[in-house]
Design a protein around this ligand. Structure first.
Ligand SMILES: NC(=O)c1ccc[n+]([C@@H]2O[C@H](COP(=O)([O-])OP(=O)(O)OC[C@H]3O[C@@H](n4cnc5c(N)ncnc54)[C@H](O)[C@@H]3O)[C@@H](O)[C@H]2O)c1
Length: 334
């Protein structure tokens, strides 16, 4: 099988190594030809320190690598997914399987990444979302990891499962692409909020409270938008929430810590030095929740802190003193 991974960030690079390990003819495409040439020479990606890339991996900045591809993995950061899909569209065949691994909601349109790819590739190919608790840094060193391959077309989901699965990368299938993509995008806001808690000096109790109650909110919104409730308790939901909220690999978590310590969101994102997708997801959630009439107190507070300079400690008091609730009536994903 010929596989092409579009986007040579940490995740695209780690996934291309998985595909190489599985014996597929694998190409890693970078939008920056000079960087591609450098990586091809050094066999290293500075975003994936300590990983020596397999000799069999083809690394290029030339789009013609897409010719004859059986599977194309879209691994650009979410802001560049539309532009990248537009570039690959002329090379796709009807039978090519597209895999979306970016986690985000498009700004302005509030579309999921697979919807953006479908629009730009004129709905000719089946699009599968691959998501779960998976830091590139750990997949790069072949730590046991699990993800979900989601598509309403079960054969396409299984194709991606077969392509990626091996003894350190375990893949489950799911029909619920809507839930999987929403869970992946929305949880970044919770990771930012968890980081804020750490920055404020709060400890494990507070973060567990935040993660659990935030998941109830995300499930409410996800269900309203057509996702399946159980997805939010699975790998792409609770699994990814745990990994993102508890790890310093997460740039959302790191940015949140800086905000909790008193930096502005702009200062924090500059210091983290990479795209903090949760910042943008906070705005999308705010718009979607308002449109759908879904109550999301934690995400609303995160939005107010991130976009309207609302005082963080005041927000915590506000959340802790909300009207009394019943947990079972309130927790959508149980
Ligand atoms: N890093 C992870 O552990 C991880 C895990 C799962 C999913 N993801 C998702 O995968 C996506 C990519 O994340 P990442 O960490 O690999 O990369 P990233 O967000 O760190 O982006 C850096 C890379 O993006 C690429 N890039 C920048 N501008 C581009 C453009 N205009 N067109 C095409 N490519 C461009 C460059 O190759 C650059 O190296 C994100 O949506 C992220 O949420 C990341």
């Amino acid at each position: 099988m010929k596989a092409v991974v579009m986007g040579s960030g940490g995740w695209g690079t780690a996934l291309s190594q998985v595909l190489c390990d599985n014996g597929h003819e694998t190409w890693l495409w970078s939008h920056n030809a000079a960087k591609a040439a450098e990586m091809a020479k050094t066999r290293e990606n500075p975003l994936l320190k300590g990983v020596i890339l397999p000799e069999a991996l083809h690394i290029t900045g030339d789009l013609s690598c897409l010719e004859g591809a059986d599977m194309v993995v879209s691994a650009a950061p979410s802001f560049a997914v539309r532009e990248t899909a537009r570039k690959m569209a002329p090379y796709l065949r009807r039978e090519t399987i597209l895999v979306s691994v970016s986690k985000g909601i498009e700004r302005d349109t509030n579309l999921r990444m697979s919807q953006v790819i479908e629009e730009e590739t004129h709905h000719i190919c089946r699009v599968v979302a691959l998501s779960g608790p998976s830091h590139a840094e750990e997949v790069g060193i072949r730590m046991p990891t699990g993800c979900v391959s989601a598509c309403p077309d079960r054969a396409a989901a299984r194709f991606v499962q077969d392509a990626f699965m091996n003894d350190y990368f375990r893949i489950y299938t799911s029909y619920d692409i809507v839930g999987v993509e929403l869970a992946a995008a929305l949880k970044n806001v919770v990771a930012l909020s968890c980081g804020i808690c750490t920055g404020l000096g709060f400890q494990d109790n507070t973060k567990a409270l935040l993660m659990t109650r935030a998941m109830a909110e995300l499930t409410r919104l996800g269900e309203q938008l057509g996702g399946t409730r159980r997805t939010f308790g699975g790998l792409a939901g609770m699994g990814d929430l745990i990994v993102t909220c508890t790890s310093m690999h997460s740039r959302n978590n790191r940015a949140g810590i800086l905000i909790g310590q008193g930096k502005t969101p702009q200062e924090a994102m500059k210091e983290v030095g990479a795209v903090v997708e949760g910042y943008y997801a906070a705005e999308s959630i705010h718009q979607l929740a308002a449109r759908e009439g879904v109550e999301m107190p934690i995400c609303t507070c995160a939005y107010e802190v991130l976009y309207h300079d609302k005082d963080v400690r005041g927000v915590v008091t506000e959340l802790m003193t909300r009207a009394k609730k019943d947990e079972l009536l309130e927790t959508a994903w149980l």
